[in-house]
Write a protein that binds this ligand. Structure first.
Ligand SMILES: [Zn+2]
Length: 156
């Protein structure tokens, strides 16, 4: 990570040859994850060797961009003036593989309403040539409400 800029924006990851597919794939609307050519295992964080079969042939491959919130926390501390609080930070597990997950920020949602299990889809936030993969509630879950299930209207 680089130091925050004077703008007060959050730092943008420093891209390396090993992870540039991940940070730059969003330029074409794709979330790219390394996949093993031999056994199909998805590898993230990226590395030079498949953790399942030890093959050295891994190819950046587009995933669906769909996943589920595993855990979530809400940040109220204004660490970066350009990033309004509160916002939700979550570990999102991609649907392609159990354990294929990373820490991200959730957008287009009310942070306090997010719960583990929420279906989410990727969005990209461009910062120069880096496109941060963020997530928003999937369309079926897109309209969180405060209305708890009730028996209103049900007459017995
Ligand atoms: Zn493999």
């Amino acid at each position: 990570m680089t130091a925050p800029e004077q703008s007060g924006a959050p730092p943008v990851p420093r891209v390396t040859p090993l992870d540039e597919h991940f940070w730059r794939g969003g330029a074409t609307g794709r979330l790219l994850i390394l996949r093993c050519d031999r056994c199909g295992f998805w590898l993230h964080p990226p590395g030079p060797v498949c953790r399942r079969c030890l093959a050295l042939t891994l190819t950046p491959t587009a995933v669906s961009g769909r996943g589920r919130v595993r855990t979530v926390t809400v940040n109220h501390q204004p660490w970066f003036p350009a990033l309004p609080v509160p916002y939700a930070l979550a570990i999102v597990e991609l649907e392609e593989q159990e354990g294929l997950q990373f820490l991200t920020r959730l957008v287009d949602c009310r942070p306090e309403t997010v719960r583990a299990g929420l279906a989410v889809t990727v969005r990209f936030e461009p910062h120069g040539d880096v496109h941060l993969p963020l997530f928003a509630p999937a369309s079926t879950d897109a309209a969180p409400t405060d209305a708890a299930p009730t028996d209103a209207g049900v007459q017995r």
